[in-house]
Design a protein around this ligand. Structure first.
Ligand code: GTP
Ligand code: MG
Length: 371
């Protein structure tokens, strides 16, 4: 979490420092020393004063305070569909599995069969909707996977039965632990052989992934993306896990979302695929997204049909942002465009400052090395 001084917090809320001190006294937060507040305390104080704290994903020391956000409307809290990210070592069959589940044939369209981006897909089952996110397994995409893990409610760890636990399998487990996201293991390619399943379960004990038959809590589902065997069990396992998480969101307030991927479209310009986390995103909303901002001109659903609003757990494409935010960056709707532009400029400035400082640091290190 971040640390902030009382004066800085007061500044960000545009109130006098005395006002903040007053609240501190009122809340009996007497153990504050040196004028410095930790994240929890700062959040408590700002919420007490009618502000909502929005954390910036990549940089925990930066945060936004939004006045009276969503306080004036009646919240409509309802269950939402689970967001499930598929992870695992390269070529273990992540995209094929998703293809078989959605029957989309994404694999055939990929360059050389290697996933280089994060795509989102909704799947409708009898017992509810599930949102799937595919990730690349190639070793070059660590950062993308790390951000993918933060977006998700559940991680499906795909392990090819004939290849077993591999470096990116282990990496995915680490991301899941860091992001505190539950894992379901899908042992894939069982059309080839089923001999190795127990071996994989034993291997994973080292990483504290303990299967139910070994006395643990992790579900292991044998599947074949080729024949479709076990896929029903996998969907069931996901819905079961989701039920335990009791996922709920507000469907009415100003929206927040998270970026899945972004790209430049020849006709539309900056195109950003996001998943809505909270609230209702509407055409015409002004938003901040990472270092970018803008008014949403068009919203498309995942079938590229135009829609006017989007609700929690929906993957959508939005058009109208000033540039391309990165995967995992948070989108928030704000009331006025001026504020959005200010935040964007501030964030860009902070980034340049950070880059400058790290360059300077490197130069100093080089200097010492050459002495
Ligand atoms: P990256 O995205 O590059 O990490 O790969 P991926 O994990 O998405 O693997 P992908 O789905 O592209 O599949 C890799 C290869 O394994 C392809 O040749 C698939 O046809 C094959 N494959 C995937 N699932 C199965 C399966 O259940 N059985 C068999 N026999 N082959 C499979
Ligand atoms: Mg793939």
């Amino acid at each position: 979490g971040f640390l902030i001084t009382i004066s800085e917090l007061a500044n960000r809320m545009s109130v006098k420092k005395n006002k903040v001190v007053e609240i501190i006294t009122q809340l009996e937060l007497n153990n504050i020393s040196n004028d410095i507040l930790d994240q929890e305390t700062a959040q408590l104080i700002s919420e007490e004063m009618g502000y909502k704290v929005i954390l910036h994903l990549d940089n925990k020391t930066e945060f936004l305070l939004l006045k009276n956000r969503n306080i004036n409307h009646i919240q409509k809290i309802l269950p939402r569909a689970p967001i499930v990210t598929i992870m695992g070592h390269v070529d273990h069959g992540k995209t094929s599995l998703l293809d078989k589940i959605c029957s989309t044939k994404v694999v055939n369209q990929e360059f050389g069969g290697i996933t280089q981006h994060i795509g989102a897909y909704s799947v409708f089952t009898k017992n509810g909707k599930i949102i799937f996110i595919d990730t690349p397994g190639h070793s070059a995409f660590t950062a993308m996977r790390a951000r993918g893990a933060q977006i998700t409610d559940i991680i499906i760890l795909v392990i090819a039965v004939d290849d077993g636990v591999m470096p990116q399998t282990i990496e995915a487990i680490k991301h899941a632990f860091l992001a505190k996201v539950p894992i379901i293991v899908a042992i894939n390619k069982i059309d080839k052989s089923e001999n190795n399943i127990n071996h994989i379960k034993k291997d994973l004990l080292k990483y504290e992934i303990i299967s139910e038959d070994f006395g643990g809590e992790t579900m292991f589902i044998p599947v074949s993306a080729k024949t479709g065997k076990g896929l029903k069990n996998l969907l069931q396992a996901i819905l079961l896990q989701a039920e335990m998480l009791e996922l709920k969101s507000d469907y009415e307030g100003m929206a927040t979302g998270v970026v899945i991927e972004s790209f430049l479209d020849k006709g539309y310009g900056p195109t950003v695929s996001i998943i809505i986390l909270e609230g209702c995103l509407k055409k015409g909303d002004v938003c901040i997204c990472g270092m970018e901002y803008g008014k949403i001109r068009v919203i498309h659903n995942e079938n590229r049909q135009e829609i006017t609003k989007a609700s929690p757990s929906m993957p959508v494409l939005i058009y109208g942002l000033s540039g391309l935010p990165r995967t995992g960056e948070k989108l928030i709707v704000v009331k006025n465009e001026k504020k959005a532009r200010e935040v964007s400029i501030y964030r860009k400035f902070k980034l340049r400052e950070k880059e400058f400082l790290s360059k300077k640091q490197k130069n100093i290190e080089n200097l010492f090395q050459n002495l």
